[in-house]
Every structure is written in structure tokens, then in C-alpha cells.
Design a protein around this ligand. Structure first.
Ligand code: SF4
Length: 375
């Protein structure tokens, strides 16, 4: 049944979500979005979960879009009072053509010198190519496309059906190529990999090969999460359109679970890494560093430490070892001064004295500092 979409214009009091430090996936510390709800309406979208969507009925998510009219002004006010770091923003669903709030918010980021991370399913982002280039030159930027299935893969049509009204991935690959040709750092977020629909080796291989072939520099992947109303909504879709997959999903996502089992994920993660290696790209998003950032050395080191932690996770190492590296990375992230000064003044002892660094990580961190200082 075709259902009309309703739009509500309103003026919220705040817009910027802040974290204590950058995450280790997209390297974003802040996020700000101009719209609530999404006209694309992908059936697997976690934004229907209660903690993200203020809707009683998950069907409303794609059919009642709330427009934050004052988003650019709110963002300007918030960023003016905030230390510079990466902002996760941009939303190029169809109504952006009319309201242009994503564009205006990017103009604020440019003016105030904030780096930006954009994750998109729409090629409409190309409309703002000149602006993206300006941000890249002034404060750095990454534009990633959500692509979970590539043309030619088994099940491609089914995935298109799951992505509902989002433009097909072939258009996202074209947009990626144009961005890459314009010098923008771009790549693929293969999220979420849907069991039985896009987790075949052929599809993983196609997505990664086509990303590399269209100028993408990375493919980062993760699995599906299902919680509360979104779980019910998703199972209803399976029941009505993909009934053959019901048993598989009931086994992988029993009631009360949030994500599929870790062994299932680490098998896929390892395969994504192998295929990225074969295609000369990475399975991690490069961290945008602002030109002239006084703590750029620390931030690059944190990036290396987060990679170490992710590698341990993929290899099935005990959770404690993975957490040792996460905590150590946070310690370096929080350090106000350049870590090389700590190391040159106090050596290994100085690094070990940092809250979060342990005997399990200190020697490798010293080694990383030494080899990075030499380059
Ligand atoms: S395009 Fe992104 S935000 Fe929109 S419904 Fe799809 S997954 Fe959700």
C-alpha cells in the first residue's frame, strides 16, 4: 500500500551530540543531523530502535520526517563553544533537495574549520562537491557510501528490496568514482552485512573489488543489530517477503539478543580483511587529521593502536587483550601534550604512568612511538 509521507518543520533547542573522545570506527567525536526519520526507509535500519527514533510506530520512521529548520544556526552556536574534532553529519535523503540543511551545516563546518565524516546511501551528496573539496583542503573530510551488495552479486535484487527507496548501489559506486576523481577520500561502509542476503563470498569480493575499482580507499564492515521495535518490524518484513530466511534469523538473533554471535562476525571480518589486502585497500576508515593539529602525532598513534585492537578482535584474542589496547588508545587520545615529549623526558616509565597503559601494551607503544618518530 502506498502511504503518504508527512513532513513536520520544527525548531529544536540543541543539535550537537558530543562524545568524550573519537570512536575507533569513523573517528567522529560529534554528530549533528538536520532530519529525523529517513525517506529511504531501509528495512534493516537501526535508526528505528527506540533509543534513536521518537516514534511509537516504527512504520512512521520512513513516513513522518521531522525537519530541524534551525539546524545550521544551532550547529554554529554549538561548534563555536567546542574543541575542534570530526563531525559526523550530512543527510541526503530526497527532501534535502528542497531544504538544503545538510549543505548549510557543511558550510558551518567549513567556516569554523571542523573536519567532517559523511556516510551516505544517496548520490545527491555530489551536489555539494565543491563544498566538500573546500572542507577537504581546509580541515579534512571522508565521504563513505553504505553499500552492502554490488551489481552482479547473487541476491542483489533482494538487497535492493531491503534497501527500499534508497538509490541502487550502482549509483553510489558512480558517485564514489566522481568523489575520488575530485581528490576526496572515499570508500565503502558495508553495513549491515545481512545473513543469507549479502554475506556470500562472491558478494564480499564484488563489493570490495568494485570499491577499489571506483577509487574507494577502504571497505569497513559490520553486522546487523536488531533491538526492540526494530526487531519486530524486521521480522515482519522477513515473514512477508523472505520467509525462507526466518529460521536462519531466528537462530542468529534469538529474542533478547542484539547482534549475531561473535564467531559469525569475526569470520566475515577476517574475510573482508583478506579481500581488502588483495585489492590494495584497507578495512579501516583513515582518520581525518586537521592540517597543523598540534596533537596529530598522538592521533596517528591512536589510529595504529585502534588497528591493533581490531586485529586482536578479528584473531579471536581474549577480550581482555582487546580492551588493553582500547584503554591504552583512549589514554593517548586524552593526553594534552605530544606523547613524544613524555617519551623523551621519561622513557618507558613515563608511558607506563599514563592511566590506561599497562605492562601488556607499554613496550609495543614505545616501539610505535620510536618507529613513527623516525619517519
Ligand atoms: S539510508 Fe541510512 S538512515 Fe536512511 S533508512 Fe537507509 S540505513 Fe537508515
Amino acid at each position: 500500500m502506498n502511504r503518504r509521507t508527512e513532513f513536520t518543520l520544527y525548531q529544536p533547542k540543541s543539535i550537537l551530540n558530543k562524545s568524550k573522545r573519537a570512536d575507533h570506527w569513523f573517528w567522529t567525536r560529534y554528530s549533528a543531523y538536520p532530519y529525523i526519520g529517513c525517506q529511504h526507509g531501509c528495512h534493516f535500519c537501526y535508526c528505528r530502535e527506540e533509543k534513536y527514533a521518537p516514534y511509537d510506530d516504527p512504520l512512521e520512521f520512513a513516513h513522518h520526517i521531522k525537519v530541524k529548520q534551525n539546524a545550521p544556526a544551532l550547529l554554529r552556536r554549538a561548534l563555536n563553544r567546542t574543541p575542534v574534532d570530526v563531525v559526523f553529519t550530512g543527510d541526503y535523503q530526497p527532501l534535502e533537495r528542497i531544504h538544503q540543511l545538510s549543505r548549510k551545516m557543511l558550510e558551518v563546518c567549513l567556516e569554523l574549520g571542523f573536519p567532517v565524516f559523511i556516510l551516505e546511501r544517496s548520490p545527491l551528496v555530489l551536489r555539494d562537491l565543491n563544498l566538500l573539496q573546500e572542507i577537504q583542503q581546509k580541515s579534512n573530510l571522508v565521504v563513505a557510501f553504505s553499500i552492502i551488495s554490488a551489481p552482479g552479486s547473487p541476491g542483489y535484487e533482494h538487497v535492493n528490496e531491503m534497501e527500499n527507496l534508497a538509490p541502487p548501489s550502482v549509483k553510489r559506486f558512480d558517485a564514489m568514482e566522481k568523489l575520488a576523481a575530485a581528490g576526496i577520500t572515499t570508500g565503502t561502509c558495508m553495513m549491515p552485512i545481512l545473513p543469507g542476503l549479502c554475506d556470500s563470498d562472491e558478494n564480499l569480493s564484488n563489493v570490495i573489488r568494485q570499491t577499489a575499482g571506483h577509487g574507494g580507499q577502504f571497505v569497513i564492515a559490520s553486522g546487523l543489530t536488531l533491538a526492540d521495535k526494530q526487531r519486530t518490524y524486521f521480522f515482519d518484513i522477513l515473514q512477508s517477503r523472505f520467509h525462507d530466511l526466518m529460521n536462519l534469523y531466528e537462530r542468529l538473533y534469538p529474542i533478547g539478543s542484539y547482534a549475531a554471535r561473535e564467531d559469525q562476525w569475526s569470520r566475515l571480518g577476517k574475510r573482508v580483511r583478506e579481500l581488502c589486502d588483495q585489492n590494495g585497500i584497507r578495512d579501516r576508515v583513515p582518520r581525518p587529521i586537521i592540517p597543523g593539529d598540534k596533537r596529530a602525532f598522538n592521533k596517528r598513534l591512536v589510529e595504529e593502536m585502534a588497528d591493533r585492537s581490531y586485529s586482536l578482535e578479528l584473531s579471536g584474542a581474549p577480550a581482555g587483550r582487546v580492551w588493553d589496547w582500547r584503554k591504552a588508545a583512549w589514554a593517548v587520545e586524552d593526553l594534552e601534550q605530544d606523547i613524544r615529549l613524555v617519551h623523551s623526558a621519561m622513557g618507558r616509565k613515563g608511558i607506563l604512568s599514563m592511566d590506561g597503559v599497562s605492562e601488556n601494551t607499554v613496550d609495543e607503544i614505545v616501539q610505535m612511538i620510536t618507529s613513527r618518530s623516525a619517519t
